[in-house]
Design a protein around this ligand. Structure first.
Ligand code: SF4
Ligand code: SF4
Length: 96
């Protein structure tokens, strides 16, 4: 038996939801972490590799040097620690 139900055209479908752009900073994703990066100022050579690789822009920088980690947004992926060739970022268990 053939389905005779008329399907809506694209123009007849309701408009999809469009969220405001540039709002990622408002969403604190830090609580997602199970492990966190711990940065050592003493070991850091300011090569900025961690800043380049961090997918969440969570490496804090001032005057071309790392100053810390933005724990409000860092998801604890560990990429910065893996890429740092100077052992300046270690991953530690997150205390909840
Ligand atoms: S990759 Fe390591 S040495 Fe380079 S800026 Fe980052 S923490 Fe410092
Ligand atoms: S753990 Fe991942 S999200 Fe957090 S600072 Fe390092 S690279 Fe960025």
């Amino acid at each position: 038996m053939k389905n005779e139900e008329k399907k809506p055209t694209a123009a007849e479908l309701p408009a999809g939801g469009i969220v405001e752009a540039g709002t990622a900073a408002q969403f604190k994703t830090g609580p997602w972490r199970s492990i966190k990066p711990v940065w050592s100022k003493e070991k850091c050579k300011a090569c900025m590799i961690c800043w380049i690789y961090c997918p969440d822009a969570s490496i804090q920088v001032a005057d071309g040097k790392v100053t810390g980690i933005d724990y409000d947004h860092c998801k604890g992926c560990g990429i910065c620690s893996k890429e740092c060739k100077f052992g300046a970022i270690t991953m530690e268990a997150e205390k909840k």
